[in-house]
Design a protein around this ligand. Structure first.
Ligand code: UD1
Length: 420
């Protein structure tokens, strides 16, 4: 099993180019199933999750070309031959369930392994299913699978009890080919939803309101192929912003949309970091002011992203003063706390809140990457730790960060990938 060895690297300096967004490309790739014509997606990051989605689409009948030298993925689904997202792929990648909406819309049938829990929480799919039912689908669960069937999807009104990103995406991709109007209320407003809507509209869909809490979709009878460039990854952006701040360095981030990382910018500024929006990119400096504590509550977009909570927590252990984080999106997203405490942090959890005393000099230790973003947090902590840090189970990190080691190395970080 491979691991990362990280040494105290001093302040990071230089430029980093942010890759295309993982969470944007996965639903867009699934949505390509909606047309029998080819779709070309640019700025595709070379990631394990993207490859898993390619495998899933191939198993459904798509002809998929992965050209990571040019960051392009082409998907052509002349005919759908399978209607299933099998257990092995769904357990490997939860986002596999995003093929349900497109399969149901194009063929009237989808059979998906129920994803079950994961390291950050229970993560049910009841809202996805509620949406399909509102469009007329019948849902049956048996033997760990859920089967959705319908003769013809009919537009309907769906109120989401929580603005779930995945449920909004799955319902949108089902409703685009339904007969009549669909309204999704309390929809997720994340930039990835807007990117998906832009792609679907290029295919000929009629979607309005993406990026607000009410999405209106007028069904069309068929969609054609489209070319699309995915948005930059806002969580990778945030991770490198923290890398600059936690090492008291200065990093210029290129290919970023500052609007998408507004809450991270606001919180870093509250801590005393300098964030400047320049013509050539976004400059983040942790070397200007003394850095101090802040409080954070994770919220659906445009609130502070849960996917940045572990990385920001690692940073807060190093600033002056005590911070509080409240995690409201996932009930169990504190697996990294025990690992940070192994490095000398003294974080206490009480229900959904974490109390983070600052001013810690972290010490290198052997730690586990318990999930994708928790793994990134351990690496960030390792950059400032005294003595080497070994992060194991790094396949989580490699699921979601393209050229992780290379990009950090170019900024002067001492990170090495070791195959055991
Ligand atoms: C997506 C992101 C993930 C991010 C999350 C929240 C992708 C591939 N993944 O995941 O990185 O952390 O958004 O920003 O884009 N819920 C229900 N019932 C449902 C669906 C969700 O109760 O049917 C709950 C979940 O348990 C969770 C909350 O809603 O507590 C948010 O989940 P959701 O927005 O659906 O996240 P994902 O789409 O799975």
């Amino acid at each position: 099993m491979a691991k990362f060895v990280i040494e105290n690297s001093g302040p990071l300096h230089g430029e980093v180019e942010i890759s295309g967004s993982k969470n944007a490309i996965l639903p867009i790739m699934a949505a390509a199933l909606l047309s029998e014509e080819p779709c070309e997606i640019s700025d595709a990051p070379a990631l394990r999750d993207v490859d898993v989605m390619c495998r899933l689409l191939r198993s459904i009948g798509s002809n998929v070309k992965e050209d990571y030298d040019n960051h392009k993925v082409t998907i052509h689904t002349g005919k759908i031959t399978e209607f299933e997202a099998p257990y092995d792929l769904v357990t490997l990648m939860r986002a596999s369930i995003l093929v349900t909406g497109p399969l149901l819309a194009r063929t009237g049938k989808a059979r998906i392994a129920l994803p079950g829990g994961c390291a950050i929480g229970d993560r049910p799919i009841d809202l996805h299913l509620k949406g399909f039912q509102a469009l007329g689908a019948e849902i049956e669960k048996s033997h760990g699978y859920v089967e959705a069937k319908v003769d013809k999807l009919i537009g309907g009104k769906v109120y989401l009890d929580f603005p779930s990103v995945g449920a909004t995406e799955n319902i949108m991709t089902a409703a685009v080919l339904a007969e009549g109007h669909t309204i999704i209320e309390n929809a997720a407003e994340e930039p990835e939803i807007v990117d998906l809507a832009n792609f679907l509209n290029k295919m000929g869909a009629k979607i309005k309101g993406a990026g607000t809490d009410t999405i209106r979709i007028e069904g069309v009878s068929r969609l054609h192929g489209a070319n699309h460039t995915v948005i930059p990854d806002r969580i990778e952006t945030g991770t490198f912003m923290i890398a600059a701040a936690i090492t008291r360095g200065s990093v210029l981030l290129k290919n970023v949309v500052p609007d998408h990382v507004k809450p991270v910018i606001a919180k870093l500024r509250e801590c005393g970091a300098v964030v400047e929006d320049l013509d050539e990119g976004m400059l983040v400096r942790g070397d200007v002011n003394p850095l101090i504590s802040t409080d954070i509550k994770t919220m659906p977009y445009p609130g502070f992203p849960t996917d940045m909570q572990p990385q920001f927590m690692a940073f807060l252990t190093t600033v002056q003063g005590c911070s509080i984080i409240v995690e409201t999106i996932f009930e169990n997203r504190y697996m990294h706390v025990g690992e940070l405490n192994r490095m000398g942090a003294d974080i206490k959890i009480e229900g959904r809140s974490a109390v983070i005393p600052g001013g810690k000099k972290l010490l290198g230790a052997q730690v586990i990457s318990t999930d994708l973003r928790a793994g990134a947090a351990m690496v960030l902590a390792g950059l400032t730790g005294e003595g080497p840090t070994e992060v194991s189970e790094i396949y989580h990190i490699e699921r979601g960060y393209e050229d992780f080691v290379k990009k950090f190395n170019r900024l002067g970080a001492k990170i090495y990938r070791v195959d055991e």
